[in-house]
Design a protein around this ligand. Structure first.
Ligand code: ZN
Length: 299
C-alpha cells in the first residue's frame, strides 16, 4: 500500500507529465471505480477538460480540471451572458479525486504502447498520449467533485493538517498528544490526528526521536514532542527525496521498498541497532507490527 511519500512522488510525476494537457476522451472499463457516478456522465463531464494543476490532500490525489461544458448550440455554459466569450474560471471547476488504495497506479503511455492488464480507466490527451489507471485489486477510487465542495468530502474533511504545512507544528502535535489516551504508535497512525505516517514511517520517526512506541501519548514531555515533530518531518521529507523512477511505481516495486535501504528499525527484528548495537525488537501492537530498539527507545 502506498504511503504518503509515495503518493507525493506520484503527484510530482503527474504534474510534470500532464499539467496543461487537455483530455479529449476517456474510457472507463470498471464502472465501480467511479461509482456512484455513471460512466456516461463521467465521460461527458471530463471530455474537453484541461488539467490546471495537481495537488494532494493526505493520500488523495487531486487532479484539477478547468472544465468548460460545451452546449449543443456551441455556446459555453460557464457564464450567463449569451454570445460573450466566457471568462476563464479562476479556480478549477471540477477536481478528479483519486485514491490509489492497495494497488492503484498511473501509467503514462504513448499511442503505440500496449495497454497493460487491469487498466480500468484511460484518459486520452491532445498530444496522442494516454494516462492509464491500473489497479489489480480494484480498491482504487475516482470521483469528480466540484472544487468548491472538495473540503467537505468524506475522507478529506476529517484529515489532520498536511505534514509539510506550517499548521503541523510542534504546538499542534503537543496539543494532539495531550488529549489522547492511546499509545504513541497507535495515535501516530490516526490520519485525523497526525497525517502522513503509515506503519513504516511511524516506526522510523519514533526511532529517530528515540521514543518508545508504547508510551502513552499524553505523557510525552515538551522536549520530546519537539524531537518527535522534527523526526516526523525528517522521515517524510527524506522518503520523498529518495523515491526514484516515474509514477508507475508498481512495476517490480512494492510500496515502501524504494525507502527500504534506509529503514533503521522497520523489518529489522533481531538485527543490531545502527546506533547502539542492541537487537531490534518486534511486537504486534494494535494489530500491526511495531519495531524498536530496546536501548535507544527505553520506556
Ligand atoms: Zn539502539
Amino acid at each position: 500500500m502506498p504511503e504518503l511519500p509515495e503518493v507525493e512522488h506520484v503527484v510530482r510525476a503527474l504534474r510534470r507529465a500532464i499539467v496543461g494537457r487537455t483530455i479529449i476522451a476517456s474510457e472507463i472499463k470498471l464502472p465501480k471505480l467511479i461509482s456512484p457516478s455513471s460512466v456516461s456522465s463521467f465521460k461527458r463531464k471530463i471530455k474537453g477538460s484541461s488539467i490546471t494543476g495537481i495537488s494532494r490532500r493526505g493520500k488523495f490525489i487531486l487532479i484539477e480540471l478547468d472544465h468548460e461544458v460545451a452546449l449543443p448550440n456551441g455556446r459555453a455554459s460557464d457564464t450567463g451572458s449569451a454570445g460573450a466569450r466566457p471568462a476563464r474560471p479562476v479556480k478549477p471547476w471540477l477536481v478528479l479525486v483519486v485514491h490509489l488504495r492497495m494497488t492503484g497506479a498511473f501509467l503514462y503511455l504513448s499511442a503505440e504502447d500496449e495497454l497493460p492488464k487491469h487498466s480500468h480507466a484511460i484518459f486520452y490527451f491532445d498530444n496522442d498520449r494516454r494516462l492509464v489507471f491500473r489497479d489489480q485489486r480494484q480498491f482504487g477510487i475516482m470521483k469528480l467533485v466540484p472544487a468548491a465542495k472538495l473540503a467537505d468530502l468524506k475522507g478529506i474533511a476529517e484529515l489532520a493538517p498536511e505534514p509539510f504545512s506550517s499548521d503541523f507544528n510542534s504546538d499542534y502535535l503537543k496539543d494532539v498528544l495531550k488529549r489522547s489516551r492511546r499509545s504513541l504508535k497507535t495515535l501516530l497512525l490516526d490520519q485525523t490526528r497526525v497525517l502522513g505516517l503509515g506503519n513504516i514511517y511511524a516506526a522510523e520517526a519514533l526511532f529517530r526521536a528515540r521514543i518508545n512506541p508504547f508510551k502513552p501519548a499524553s505523557e510525552l514531555s515538551s522536549r520530546r514532542v519537539a524531537r518527535l515533530h522534527e523526526a516526523i518531518k525528517e522521515v517524510l521529507e527524506f522518503a520523498v527525496a529518495h523515491i526514484r523512477g516515474g509514477f508507475n511505481l508498481e512495476v517490480g516495486v512494492s510500496y515502501g521498498e524504494a525507502f527500504e535501504r534506509f529503514w533503521q528499525v522497520y523489518e529489522r527484528e533481531g538485527e543490531p541497532c545502527v546506533k547502539c548495537g542492541a537487537r531490534i525488537k518486534r511486537a504486534t501492537h494494535g494489530g500491526r507490527s511495531t519495531y524498536w530498539c530496546p536501548k535507544c527507545q527505553r520506556r
